[in-house]
Write a protein that binds this ligand. Sequence first.
Ligand code: UDP
Ligand code: MG
Length: 138
Amino acid sequence: MERTLAIVKPDAVERGHSGEILKRIEAQGLKISALKKIHLTRAQAERFYDVHKERPFYQSLCEYMTSGPVVIAVLSGEQAITRWRTLMGATDPAKAAPGTIRKDLGVDVQSNAVHGSDAPETAAREIAFFFSTTELLT
Ligand code: UDP
Ligand code: MG
């Protein structure tokens, strides 16, 4: 059993895709172990994306991630990290495989509908960033 963090980003929440995305997660057999909707502060976004702070898109990314509420979930299951990344598709929706969330619901390389942890260490950090251990169910 593995856990990963999923975020429905502001563009997808705004366009009413939260339910569709959660539906695809459950249809894939992943469990939703925790769930909440929040509006990230600028400080939270900057800390969450700390790893990208030297990248040219960092400021724009933080601006975008605070532009509206996000839906944040902890997903669990066998190989949850890879399975969620596969369901998401490539970072750039234009390059994402057919049937992936980013291909179907993403707008561009920044407004790409969803976030997913990329490794066990980042998943642990990202889950702890938003949830306490007592909030993680099954
Ligand atoms: N991003 C961007 N421009 C880029 C690359 C990434 O705005 O050229 C944004 C995009 O929203 C992406 C996030 O920064 O999801 C984090 O980038 P990363 O390379 O970690 O992609 P991911 O892991 O989300 O596929
Ligand atoms: Mg990433």
